[in-house]
Structure formats: structure tokens, C-alpha cells
Design a protein. Sequence first.
Length: 135
Amino acid sequence: MKNITVVSEDRIGLLSDITYILGKSKINIEGVDVVIIGGKAIINLTIKDAEKATQALTLNGYKVMESNVLILKLEDKPGELARVTKLLSDSEVDIQNVHILSKDKKQTIIALVVDKGKKAKSLLQEYLVEESHPI
């Protein structure tokens, strides 16, 4: 999976436009997170075909950045995210982004973006769900 980030001036209909472009291009969104800061919209999308998504959005005037994503499955209980983040910090892996993709009473699926992908992948092997792009 890849994480793409779109940074744009915030406006009504922005997310609608972006999701329309991706849908029209037959690109499925696996996860989404939107933050508005100082009039800027920061839209993080987890997508399998990031190259196609980046191309579609760029052709429509959006600024897009890509990064690799690890998809992890954690037990849904207190302390699980702390265990993973401590393992990474103790190994000097910087967490750049975390998204909860889904959650039920048994498990939580998260998307994790880090600065040292290969090292993180090795450390978190037991939690990995999917890896569609090499890190």
C-alpha cells in the first residue's frame, strides 16, 4: 500500500472533487484522513495504486506526495499501540503518520508511515497484514 497526501487550499467540495476523480479513475480508497490547518487541507489517502492516483490527481491540478505504508493488525486492547510505537522508537524509527483504518472489539487495523521502512517492516513482522509495495 502507499499513502498519498494532497495539500490544497481548504474549500467546500474539495474532498468530493478528489474522491470523484479517484472513483472515475477506478481507484479504490483503503483509508482516508483529513485535517484542516490554517486554511490548508491535508488529505491523507491509503491506496493500492498510488502511481495511478497521483497521476489522476496531478492531471487535475492537485499537489500530491507519496510514501510507503505498513498495514498492521493489532489486538484491540489497551497498550497495543504503545507496544508498537515503543518498539519503533527504541530502534530509532521515526513515525511520520498513523491512521486507524478499521476497528472492532477484537482488532484494530492501522496504516503506519515511517522514515525507515525496511527496518520497521523487520521489527513489526508479526503485525503485518499487507505489503503490496516494497519498502
